[in-house]
Design a protein around this ligand. Structure first.
Ligand code: DOR
Ligand code: ZN
Length: 436
């Protein structure tokens, strides 16, 4: 163990430092003091008596912020716990995650918010922020008490995993959420159109004989929610956008100046339904992997700002859950540990996306969407930082995965670019298992 890791005051010098707010990457050095960023200088070396971490050759960015994570605790600790989920987050460069409410019990009472907060303080390897449920038990019928959920610490509201079918309920939810200054994160899939669906409806679903979910299911739901955001004037964030038609709707809403934001997942950006020919259950997600053209349009949308940010939808399910008939397998794949490496490998290395833009989409942009702290490189802010080796090639092996569930189609894949670790309030959390 190198001793600067345990120091309260040290310099990280010589890294390529990314400031996502100004969208600049320059060689610089950062002073960490008592857990905060005390100084940023745009020079390679510093003269100091303090310990210095020579980060030459590395990229230093604010820790990533994931506004869509399923931590599964309480209730599904066999899939993930706050301890394992936040360890996975830290290994992926994240210093903050927003966890979703589909736990057991559902996060629809202040006591559940308090439980998660307390547990995260005890065992968390990154900050845990909470999206409480929009409706009682995620039932889509009775609105929760947002004032008390916010007072307990919830930073957003979502019935993620489920669409709120009743438009009157959604209207009222948006009205009350807006009143309390909370953004509603909507899972947009028309429940009837996607009933029993397994993958995207198209050529592949026909060939494989699997029931498809049409792009229209997502687009109808998004249109309704945009219209309700317009009616109420309340902020709406659309989760895991996956179709080209959805991008059209979001572009139009933004042009009108409506309070609408949207996220895309690494898997929808880099994979498509042709992969389903393997019947790999780990490729089954909601919304489903779409066609090639959809992912191409999603890429355009993160480049030009139609999509605001990248969020993982890290959805752990264990092997026993997934090793069943395709139609019985629960949807979801893990993503925290591979998000950066996958997007760096697939988009940045081939020149389709700038590294600074990728970092913006994973730091300041998601933080702005939910109006939360983190994701900025600012003097005085907590020293939540990610240290990245952009050139390292590595293979994702199952035993390297820190998440309790291993449900990713990326095992065995070679990536370029690796998170070496994060500083959480100045404290080093290694991403590499061998280093402990
Ligand atoms: O694939 C998904 N899995 N999509 C969701 O919206 C929910 C998630 C889960 O909770 O497993
Ligand atoms: Zn989700």
């Amino acid at each position: 163990m190198i001793d600067w890791k345990d120091k309260r005051e040290f310099w990280i010098s010589g890294a390529k430092v990314i400031d996502p707010e100004t969208a600049k990457m320059r060689t610089g050095s950062v002073l960490v003091q008592k857990g905060a960023i005390a100084e940023i200088v745009w020079q390679k070396a510093v003269e100091t008596e303090l310990p210095v971490l020579d980060a030459t050759g590395y990229v230093l960015t604010p820790g990533f912020v994931d506004i869509h994570t399923h931590l599964r605790e309480p209730g599904y600790e066999e899939k993930e716990t706050i301890a394992t989920g936040t360890a996975a987050a830290a290994a992926g460069g994240y210093t903050s995650v927003v966890c979703m409410a589909n736990t057991d019990p559902v996060v629809d009472e202040p006591s559940v918010v308090e439980f998660i907060t307390k547990r995260a303080q005890q065992v968390g390897r990154c900050r845990v922020l909470i999206a409480a449920a929009l409706t009682k038990g995620l039932g889509g019928e009775v609105i929760n008490e947002y004032f008390y959920l916010k007072s307990a610490g919830a930073v957003a509201l979502s019935d993620d995993g489920k669409f709120v079918t009743n438009s009157q309920v959604m209207r009222a939810a948006l009205e009350y959420a807006g009143f309390h200054g909370l953004t509603v994160i909507s899972h947009c899939e028309d429940a009837f159109l996607v009933e029993n669906s397994q993958i995207h409806e198209g050529y592949v679903s026909t060939r494989l004989g699997l029931k498809g979910a049409p792009a229209a299911a997502e687009e109808i739901a998004i249109y309704r929610d945009i219209r309700l955001a317009q009616l109420t004037g309340s902020p709406l964030h659309i989760a895991h956008v996956s179709t080209a038609g959805a991008i059209d709707l979001i572009r139009k809403a933004k042009r009108k100046g409506l309070p609408v934001t949207a996220e895309v997942t690494p898997h929808h950006l880099t994979m498509n339904d042709e992969l389903l020919e393997t019947y790999d259950r780990n490729l089954k997600v909601n919304p489903p992997l779409r066609g090639k053209r959809d992912s191409a349009v999603l890429l355009d949308a993160i480049r030009d700002g139609a999509i605001d940010c990248i969020a993982t939808d890290h959805a752990p399910h264990n092997e026993i859950d997934k090793q069943v008939e395709f139609d019985m397998a629960p949807p979801g794949m893990i993503g925290l540990e591979t998000a950066f490496a996958q997007l760096h490998t697939e988009l940045v290395v081939p020149g389709k996306l700038d590294l600074v833009d990728l970092v913006r989409l994973m730091t300041v942009r998601p933080a702005e969407v939910l109006r939360i702290q983190g994701g900025r490189l600012r003097k005085g802010e907590p020293a939540d930082l990610a240290l990245i080796d952009p050139g390292e090639e590595w293979v994702l092996e199952k035993h390297l995965i820190r998440s309790k569930s291993k449900n990713t189609p990326l095992i065995g894949k070679t990536f370029t670019g690796r998170i070496r670790g994060v500083f959480l309030e100045g404290k080093w959390q290694s991403a590499i298992l061998e280093e402990g």
